[in-house]
Design a protein around this ligand. Structure first.
Ligand SMILES: [Zn+2]
Length: 303
């Protein structure tokens, strides 16, 4: 079911013009920092801050009900620096320890399930979404929101099967997002047509077949996975500028090496940490080169 089919309109009157969001790259998760608050209450609080009204797009109560405060399509007021390109999702509750107010140490199951569902359905609604963050993880934010007792990691884990491109180092069936769309465009460019769905940003059976056909032609295992080897093969196939990519990788390696040294110094890490850092570095390198390849190829393919 699409989010539109179950989200309830809180019917709030905004005290000014709502602006349409031009890009939707992420989801920011919040808590209300209040154990009990109706959608109207949130609206009232935000009006008192002289905003045009409630700043969150979606509000999820402890009973699992899902409310649209600011319209889904509108620029929110919930996370400075991310308002223009993210959907703000807030959970009723005070999920952080406090000396001055009562707080919640655990999230009700109905609410947890509703949040996971909403995040999954938003990924479907906006295939361009590439990241999910807690408010406190938005660069430049100075907040504990959504709080230490908010199950942020569990929620992100639970939706990960529904792939956020940033969180995976390869693509497979079930993934969605702008990187899937790019790969689809490249497949078509290479002569593996997607007649039914085209570049829709959803890695379904049609894309899977095309990927396997490509992998067969280059003697790679037909496991349906777009990994680094597949991407490198695509680079060969479209004749991208490999020298330049290799040069850029060397620069990246240097940068990572100095970061590694700084990290070790800062954390006082011993020899045991070396392996971990090496693994991290390798993963980062693969990752960075992977997306660099995609961007490079995109320019060739035409967005
Ligand atoms: Zn917040």
């Amino acid at each position: 079911m699409a989010i539109r089919d179950y989200i309830k309109n809180a019917g709030l009157k905004f005290n000014g013009q709502l602006r349409k969001r031009n890009a939707t790259n992420g989801i920011v998760l919040h808590h209300a920092a209040a154990q009990h608050a109706s959608p109207d209450k949130i609206h009232e609080w935000h009006l008192k801050r002289s905003w045009i009204g409630a700043g969150y797009n979606v509000y999820i109560r402890k009973d699992g009900s899902v409310w649209e405060l600011r319209p889904l399509w509108a620029v929110g007021a919930h996370a400075q620096g991310a308002n223009s390109d993210s959907v703000g999702v807030c959970a009723e509750g005070m999920y952080h320890p406090s000396d001055t107010q009562t707080f919640d140490k655990a999230m009700p199951k109905a609410q947890y399930d509703a949040i996971v569902r909403v995040v999954r359905d938003l990924l479907q609604e906006y295939p361009s979404i590439r990241w999910i963050k807690g408010h406190k993880e938005v660069p430049g934010s100075a907040t504990v929101c959504p709080g230490d007792y908010f199950p942020l990691e569990e929620i992100i884990q639970a939706v990960q099967g529904h792939a956020v491109a940033e969180e995976v180092d390869c693509m497979k069936k079930g993934d969605r997002g702008s990187d899937v769309r790019r790969v689809q465009k490249l497949l078509m460019q290479l002569g593996y047509p997607l007649p039914k769905y085209g570049a829709d940003g959803i890695f379904g059976d049609e894309t899977l077949e095309a990927v396997n056909a490509l992998k067969k032609s280059i003697n790679l295992p037909q496991d349906g996975v777009v990994d680094i080897a597949t991407m490198l093969a695509i680079v060969d196939a479209v004749g991208a500028d490999k020298d330049r990519l290799e040069r850029e990788n060397v620069q990246l390696k240097d940068k990572l090496q100095s970061t590694e040294a700084e990290l070790k110094k800062a954390l006082g890490l011993g020899a045991d940490a070396g392996k971990l850092v090496t693994e991290l570095r390798e993963k980062n390198e693969k990752f960075a080169s992977f997306f660099k390849l995609l961007n490079q190829l995109l320019k060739d393919a035409g967005q």
